[in-house]
Design a protein around this ligand. Structure first.
Ligand code: COA
Length: 160
């Protein structure tokens, strides 16, 4: 049986480990599925400052003293959901997503949304299993060092 994960608010000290989980997971979920322009700017080094900026709105799952996954919430958006390869399929992702949904609700919203790239079949199956529905296609505005980068995505929503 998989070891139990502890969920807690991230601190500045967690940013390095979050960035590692994020970089690897980002490649798993996006390579070949997003515009090359975005892949070029999502270098390994780019993840640490982005993780550090977000620690105040990030929840991590810790297993055996290491970061196994994290979620980041911005207002009514579940902005990031990432679990390291060895902890996928263990239930950690579902627990993180449930916390993110509670946070969106606590932010005063009765509906949460997130963006997922169309080809990310595992993430889409996961969200659908967790009660989210596909509301259609739109261009997500990803942040890049030289300005926004439009990324064709599906918008998923869940009433809370
Ligand atoms: C998305 C993510 C957080 C989901 O967590 P997880 O632990 O992998 O999720 P689960 O294993 O609980 O659920 C995944 C579901 O997809 C199914 N699945 C696995 N591979 C699949 C594939 N290639 N195509 C379709 N479904 C797939 C699984 O069988 C499971 O469904 P089930 O419970 O009905 O059997 C995790 O996979 C991850 O971090 N991926 C990389 C980063 C990423 O893409 N993040 C999301 C960005 S929007």
């Amino acid at each position: 049986m998989a070891p139990e994960a502890t969920l807690r608010a991230a601190t500045a000290d967690d940013a390095g480990e979050i960035a590692e989980v994020w970089f690897r997971g980002w490649r798993d979920g996006h390579l070949g599925l997003v515009p090359e322009e975005l892949v070029r700017v999502r270098t390994e080094e780019s993840f640490l400052p982005r993780a550090a900026e977000r620690v105040g709105t990030t929840t991590i799952a810790v297993v055996d003293g290491a970061v196994a996954g994290f979620v980041t919430v911005v207002d009514d958006e579940v902005e990031q959901v990432f679990v390291s390869g060895e902890h996928r399929g263990t239930g950690v992702a579902g627990r993180l997503l449930a916390v993110a949904e509670e946070q969106v609700h606590a932010n005063g919203h009765d509906r949460a949304w997130l963006a997922v790239v169309p080809g990310n079949a595992r993430a889409r199956a996961f969200y659908e299993r967790e009660g989210w529905s596909d509301e259609g296609s739109f261009d997500y505005t990803a942040d890049g060092p030289d300005g926004p980068i439009p990324v064709p995505c599906r918008r998923y929503v869940k009433p809370l």
